[in-house]
Design a protein around this ligand. Sequence first.
Ligand code: SF4
Ligand code: SF4
Length: 224
Amino acid sequence: MMSRENLEHDSSRPGFPVYGKEQLPKVNAMRVAKSQPDFHGIPILHDQNVTYTSAEAMQQRPASCFTCALMNFDKTCMLMTEKITVDKVTIEGIEYWPRCAEFVPGEGNSGKRIQLTDQAPEQLGLIWINAAKPGQEYGGSNCGGCDGGDDCDHYMVESGEKWDNPQGQCRVLQHTVSCGDYCAAWWDDDILDWQEAQNQITNGNSETRKKKLARDIIGKDDGE
Ligand code: SF4
Ligand code: SF4
């Protein structure tokens, strides 16, 4: 049992007792208590946790490598080896635009190729995002799918299409966001993974995930 009588006091900090070795059992008990699982619920992420970016900062263009300051003129990324090409791909009439979680709004490097790091595509969360139609000036991702972007699963609207609502509720950030905004927590269930995109870029191979799956399951491509 800790006695208050043994406590020393710091005269420069009124009301702040200085613990000595007699108080160590209490301090250790408090540390044990604080290390237990808590019941505060799922933490709410803040804008800076997910590099939330406004539509204005992106000049009303969706987030993609083509609107990222870290893209090199030769369709490579400053954060990865030149073996990874960050170009658009078209598979069976659907156009896909590359983007990773490190997206920085801006204009790419038109000079000599720059490489700052050698990170793996998985580390960066590199994905390819489908556009509403081929040949758009810009494609990529944003909250509500306006400005040619693909909408985010976390953007909620009360009625109508997401891209017709100038604002919506973000389930991740728990506040209102604009249709053309973007953050690194963007997600959609029909993305193309980076291996499929590289296969298409390198080999011109139009084999889709659906076809591969069909062949794996029934031993032949769908539609045959
Ligand atoms: S891979 Fe990421 S960091 Fe690199 S250019 Fe694309 S969006 Fe920018
Ligand atoms: S709706 Fe999606 S992209 Fe927009 S802020 Fe929320 S999680 Fe990020």
